[in-house]
Design a binder for this molecule. Structure first.
Ligand SMILES: Cc1cc2nc3c(=O)[nH]c(=O)nc-3n(C[C@H](O)[C@H](O)[C@H](O)COP(=O)(O)OP(=O)(O)OC[C@H]3O[C@@H](n4cnc5c(N)ncnc54)[C@H](O)[C@@H]3O)c2cc1C
Length: 404
């Protein structure tokens, strides 16, 4: 395995890193306070083509390799996660299903504007009774000839207010079988028009929208500030058959594959966050003096920093390895779960340690480490909790001994 970077990879890495450090990290306090992203920041992301990072070049995307996408996520993770999640949910679970399972007509219709960051996508899987047990989908889709009628609700859906294109799962066959779940592309009128307009997005009439789809109120979250999370309701929503994604009854398999890729992205975001927190801790402890010397001069602090540096290196290898396998079309489910599990828990440990090493300053909003600590936690919850990752890994080890 060779994880060395080409000159193109380095240029990409540096351009995203500079964007995050010069533009996003410069306004993290405003993002956190207002719970909104400045339009200039989203314009900057558009200029770099970041909304199309997972879309092939023929549809106007960047056509990046899996390893390059991983590098971009790692760099995005170094900034406020409101921005990182805005881009990564759209390009990851929002676009990947259409790229992978969409018909040529669906790709032609949705991907070019999604690549430009004009239409914002997401993925609606979680339901009140179906979180970790995502196969417990209760939203129904009833065949009515040339269309399906969807009823039910999804919760904690990123972009539900500002976004327009959702890959949604619903049950086309009653019962509990995983083979009874189908994916649909559902378009929705923008709920939060002001915020969408501020983001340079918003509903364009040519997209058309599905009657009977609406969003609830924006969740007030601990971290990932500025990311729009809401309920999504389907009330006799009429979805034309041309919006079925892939084959009827294959939704469960599709979302498992989508999540396998998404987990490498969350691992890379978490890795970037851990790196950022570690660097803040090195900087602060190298400037702060107590007992007549720099705090970084104490052996207890050496050990803490050495442990973090080692764990970050380990997390980087796990993540790059999962990306390397995926790039080559090799099985990567277990490795993606391991990378996500390790890096998301590392981000929590690293940010908590960085707060500790800042003393009381770390507990204030003057320093970014408290924001990093709040952002980190969601990495252990979204796209499969840490416990679910352990189940995925254990299933590979123990097979049928691990029961669903
Ligand atoms: C900010 C944010 C954004 C999100 N965005 C999206 C989105 O865009 N689209 C989407 O579909 N979803 C989204 N989600 C939902 C997310 O994927 C779910 O929250 C997650 O899958 C966990 O489901 P749950 O919250 O229902 O927890 P539960 O499944 O209720 O779990 C509760 C606890 O029980 C544990 N647990 C459950 N089952 C087991 C088991 N078998 N063994 C051991 N422990 C277990 C869990 O690990 C957890 O600790 C988002 C969530 C957040 C917080």
């Amino acid at each position: 395995m060779d994880f060395s970077l080409s000159s193109d990879d380095r240029m990409l890495q540096e351009s995203v890193r500079d964007f995050v450090e010069e533009q996003a990290n410069a306004c993290w306090k405003d993002i956190d306070r207002t719970d909104e992203l400045p339009d200039s920041l989203l314009d900057g992301a558009r200029q770099l083509g970041l909304f199309g990072l997972s879309i092939p070049a023929e549809y106007g995307g960047l056509g990046l390799s899996v390893q390059q996408k991983t590098l971009v996520h790692e760099m995005l993770g170094r900034g406020p996660w409101g921005l990182a999640s805005f881009i990564s949910v759209h390009t990851g679970i929002g676009c990947v299903g259409i790229v992978r399972f969409g018909s040529p007509a669906q790709k032609d219709r949705y991907l070019p504007k999604m690549a430009k960051g004009e239409w914002l996508g997401s993925f609606a899987l979680t339901e009140p009774g179906a979180g970790s047990d995502a196969g417990g989908t209760a939203t129904t889709a009833v065949d009515r000839g040339d269309h399906y009628v969807l009823n039910g609700s999804k919760i904690f859906i990123t972009h539900a207010g500002v976004g327009e294109i959702f890959v949604c799962t619903a049950r086309t066959t009653p019962g509990h079988s995983n083979r009874g779940i189908t994916s649909f592309i559902v378009t929705k009128e923008t709920t939060d028009k002001a915020e969408a307009a501020a983001a340079g997005m918003g509903h364009e009439p040519s997209l058309g929208w599905t009657r009977g789809v609406s969003a609830g109120k924006k969740e007030d979250k601990m971290g990932w500030r500025a990311s729009d999370t809401r309920e999504l309701h389907f009330e006799d929503a009429v979805v034309p058959k041309e919006n079925v994604l892939g084959e009827v009854g294959k939704g469960f398999v599709q979302f498992l594959k989508t999540l396998d890729s998404g987990r490498i992205g969350v691992a890379a975001l978490s890795l970037g966050l851990a790196e950022g927190a570690y660097e803040e801790a090195v900087k602060y402890t190298s400037q702060r003096k107590q007992f007549g010397r720099y705090v970084a001069g104490f052996q207890g602090v050496h050990f803490a920093l050495a442990d973090l540096a080692t764990e970050i290196e380990a997390g980087r290898f796990l993540t790059y390895h999962a990306a390397w396998l995926k790039q080559r079309g090799k099985p990567h489910k277990t490795e993606a779960a391991m990378a996500k599990l390790y890096c998301s828990e590392l981000a929590t440990r690293a940010t908590i340690k960085a707060v500790q090493l800042h003393g009381a300053n770390g507990y204030t909003t003057e320093y970014p480490v408290e924001r990093m600590m709040r952002d980190a936690k969601v990495g252990e919850i979204g796209e499969g909790t840490s416990e679910v990752q352990r189940l995925v890994i254990a299933r590979q080890i123990l097979g049928d001994l691990v029961r669903d």
